[in-house]
Design a protein around this ligand. Structure first.
Ligand SMILES: Nc1nc2c(c(=O)[nH]1)N[C@H]1C(S)=C(S)[C@@H](COP(=O)(O)OP(=O)(O)OC[C@H]3O[C@@H](n4cnc5c(=O)[nH]c(N)nc54)[C@H](O)[C@@H]3O)O[C@H]1N2
Ligand SMILES: Nc1nc2c(c(=O)[nH]1)N[C@H]1C(S)=C(S)[C@@H](COP(=O)(O)OP(=O)(O)OC[C@H]3O[C@@H](n4cnc5c(=O)[nH]c(N)nc54)[C@H](O)[C@@H]3O)O[C@H]1N2
Ligand code: SF4
Ligand SMILES: [Mo]
Length: 728
């Protein structure tokens, strides 16, 4: 069945060739302690690690007494997070010692989703997972098995496993997060930029919330820059914490950011506020852009987005005056509209026009981190279909990320081919993908579903086999390269700071064991230490630095990376006009179409972050639960008065796909035509004890639309009605 196409060096040879012995234990020894505190009983230890309460991976020092983690402190040498550990980072202790953690492998014994489980030994669990994967591969081809993984240092092993098993069907959290933004910037600059917030003099932040949705170092750098005189202008239909600290807040009509950006360009070009030499040298398409933005007058934009014409003109002039130390902040999550790629491309174009690129205070090119990939040669499977199950539905999908919502539709239809197995690691689509009804049906369509998690998430709740993983404070991870604008291009590693509390297994160990059972063991024939040595093979000083400081910095170039270099675009320049889009039948420059209108007594439902929670994965954390015990629906006073709704009332929120009952918070912090609620509450799972019967699940209500270029989910396209529930 499988032939080793193109494999010239086996995995074992690869590690041998590099002079590394194979055969070390799966888990290496405990991290060397960084400092033994001078207390007489010497039972205190401090260990470096990297926070895993969100993707930022802030450097930390764990204070351990008698084998118990008592405190997590920021690592002062970790420049990317500017020596910060946020509320969630501090609450990592409550994740480690959470009584709701999974402690044994569990097999479903009742109906799917009924919650009847039986403990089974690890060997039996792994035998079963391997047997079922083999059955599915035989019956439906290797592509008949889907693999989904969230943001994590071990995610690369899920991808590696999926590929050697033979499936192209791999989805990540990214198609629920940022891929439309990635597309828009990539197709302008040829890469996805970082933002030099620290050195900026003027920042327009639209559709992002850096003082609650923490991204390091941008969140801290923005505060520092503002103290140094940087102006912050926020466009958000909600009065977020970022809006509260900004110089200006404009409650923009949702879905109209593109026309605002086009009007900025109208003024910048009309008033010749750009540097013609820079534009001529670095960009292509200025004539076409000039012609294109003529129609987008400040008045036309004001009529659409609700921001006064004079403000649009003034902001354009101020932004241009501060250029190139200014920016339209690129944002992070862009899973909002069906035309999000084009919306974000309009952000990219304003920056390109002003030359806010590759220079202090603007957008920055990627730096050299220096970490090496560890290559592998997956076998070839002749019986496989030609492509991913979600292929050819949108023109700009990322091959390696796919689209979760398109994949789910394909699974439900069984077209173009059936998918009957699902392996899920550290991601929770039953909470974080819109239209939960479909996710439930998707789980039900599976012949076998395995979930590797630390708690009984809603996704685990729907599985056949649930495998308990160690938390980040108990496990060894590969190294990871991180970038954060000027702050750093650095490498971190993670080692256990305490012995694992339960008989958990990291996903690396799980996949290695399954690979052995499927006679694919040669592709996992290495220990984590050996893997890390391979990653660090170009950085001879890195391991010492990691042991000494908890972080390794690559002193690479920050600015002027593109001096004398061509851009990775079709024209080899920054593309104001995108020829490839023209060839694909897409608009080569963003064309504004108004968002769907919101009927009377209806609202647009938007999503967004709270500084105390990470998506749906920390609502049940004991420390954070005290801060945010349930979710509420934000509703403007005028809308509330119309329907006789008060703060604390329970309402029914209904969309075209589902509904939920939730308490209301009447607040002026939101536009009259918009409502908002947090994700992660109203769980299906009975294994999350603190949030049982708390709040509603927004995944039940959100429609599952997607960006028509990238296939990224579009989660601000849902219109809802809100009606007061009369107490029985
Ligand atoms: N309604 C709504 N939907 C959203 C968003 C939103 O704001 N609102 N945001 C979107 C965005 S930007 C993103 S990135 C995605 C994120 O979506 P997900 O990738 O689903 O992110 P999390 O909710 O953090 O889920 C992580 C899962 O990993 C588990 N986990 C945590 N630590 C570990 C560990 O150490 N090991 C293992 N094995 N498991 C672990 C958690 O218990 C949880 O089940 O959601 C998207 N969807
Ligand atoms: N505390 C915390 N920090 C996090 C995370 C977390 O879960 N918790 N998650 C991390 C992840 S994975 C991500 S992707 C990032 C996300 O970082 P961001 O993208 O900055 O975060 P969001 O909270 O999604 O912010 C989107 C904002 O857009 C607003 N908005 C809605 N519609 C419109 C519109 O049409 N126009 C404009 N201008 N604004 C609109 C929303 O009200 C919201 O405040 O945060 C990261 N940091
Ligand atoms: S931002 Fe907070 S939760 Fe995220 S990695 Fe840093 S400390 Fe941890
Ligand atoms: Mo995200």
């Amino acid at each position: 069945m499988a032939s080793n196409k193109g494999a010239s060096l086996s995995r074992r040879d690869f590690f041998k060739a590099s002079g590394l012995a194979v055969g070390g234990g799966l888990l290496g020894g405990l991290a060397p302690s960084v400092a033994k505190a001078a207390v007489p009983d010497s039972k205190w230890e401090s260990h470096f690690s990297a926070c895993d309460m969100c993707f930022n991976k802030c450097g930390l020092v764990a204070r351990v007494r008698d084998g118990v983690v008592t405190k997590l402190d920021p690592n002062p040498k970790f420049l990317k997070s500017r020596g910060m550990l946020c509320a969630r980072g501090n609450a990592g202790i409550a994740q480690l010692y959470d009584p709701d953690r999974l402690k044994h492998p569990l097999i479903r014994v009742g109906d799917r989703g009924e919650g009847k489980w039986q403990r089974i030994p690890w060997d039996e669990a792994l035998d079963m997972a391997a047997r079922k994967m083999q059955e599915i591969r035989k019956k439906y081809t290797p592509c008949g098995h889907l693999f989904s993984a969230g943001a994590d240092l071990q995610t690369q092993f899920v991808t590696r496993f999926a590929e050697v098993y033979g499936s192209y069907n791999i989805t990540s959290h990214e198609s629920l997060c940022l891929l439309s933004g990635t597309r828009g910037f990539l197709d302008t600059f040829g890469e996805v930029p970082f933002a030099d917030v620290l050195n900026s003099r003027y920042v327009i932040m639209a559709g992002a919330n850096r003082f609650e949705a923490l991204v390091t170092p941008d969140s801290m750098d923005l505060m520092t820059a503002m103290k140094d005189g940087c102006k912050l202008v926020v466009l958000d239909p909600r009065f977020t914490k970022t809006a509260a600290l900004a110089h200006e807040w404009h409650p923009i009509r949702p879905g109209t950011d593109m026309i605002f950006m086009l009007a900025l360009m109208h003024i910048i070009i009309g008033e010749k506020l750009f540097d013609p030499e820079w534009i001529a040298e670095k960009t292509s398409g200025i004539e076409k852009l000039t012609e294109h933005v003529r129609q987008y007058t400040p008045q036309a934009a004001a009529d659409q987005c609700g921001i006064p014409r004079e403000d649009i003109v003034r902001i354009a002039r101020e932004l241009a005056e501060a250029a190139p130390r200014s920016m339209v902040y690129p944002g992070r999550r862009t899973s909002d509209y069906e035309n999000s790629t084009q919306i974000r491309r309009s952000f990219a174009l304003v920056n390109a026009l002003l030359g806010n690129w590759d220079r202090p205070g603007g957008l920055l090119a990627a730096r050299q981190v220096g970490l090496k990939g560890v290559p592998y040669d997956p076998p070839w499977y002749d019986e496989n279909p030609d492509d991913r199950v979600d292929a050819h539905k949108v023109p700009g999908m990322f091959e390696h990320e796919g689209s979760f919502v398109i994949t789910r539709d394909a699974v439900l239809k069984g077209e173009p081919y059936p998918i009957k197995g699902w392996f899920v690691y550290k991601t929770n689509p039953l909470v974080n993908a819109p239209n939960r009804k479909k996710s439930i049906e998707m789980a039900k369509a599976m012949e076998f579903m395995t979930v590797v998690d630390i708690t009984m998430s809603d996704t685990a709740w729907m599985a056949d086999l649930v495998l308990p993983a160690p938390s980040y404070l108990e496990r060894q991870d590969p190294c990871s390269g991180l970038q954060g604008s000027v702050a750093c291009a650095c490498v971190v590693k993670r080692d256990p700071v305490v012995e694992p509390l339960y008989k958990t297994r990291p996903v690396f160990d799980i996949l290695k064991s399954i690979a052995d059972r499927l006679e694919l063991g040669e592709h996992f024939d290495f220990s984590m230490d050996e893997y890390r040595d391979q990653q660090l093979r170009g950085l001879p000083d890195a391991m010492d630095a990691l042991d000494r400081d908890g972080v390794y910095y690559n002193p690479s170039k920050v600015y002027g990376i593109y001096d004398g270099r061509i851009y990775k675009t079709t024209s080899h320049k920054i593309e104001l006009y995108n020829k490839r889009y023209e060839q694909m039948g897409q608009d080569p420059m963003p064309v504004y179409t108004p968002p769907s209108s919101v009927p009377e007594n209806h609202f647009r439902l938007v999503i967004g972050r709270n500084a105390y929670l990470t998506h749906g994965s920390t609502c049940n954390n004991a420390m954070l639960h005290e801060l945010v015990p349930e979710n509420e629906l934000w509703l403007h006073p005028s809308a509330a008065t119309k329907q006789g709704i008060d703060t604390g009332d329970t309402v029914l929120v209904s969309s075209a796909v589902g509904q939920g009952e939730i308490k209301v918070r009447v607040t002026e912090k939101i536009r009259e035509d918009t409502v908002y609620m947090l994700t992660g509450f109203g769980p299906l799972s009975k294994g999350l004890s603190l949030i049982q019967d708390s709040g509603a699940s927004i995944a039940d209500i959100l429609e599952d639309r997607f960006d028509t270029i990238s296939g990224n989910a579009s989660m601000h396209e849902t219109i809802v009605s809100v009606t007061r529930k009369v107490p029985a």
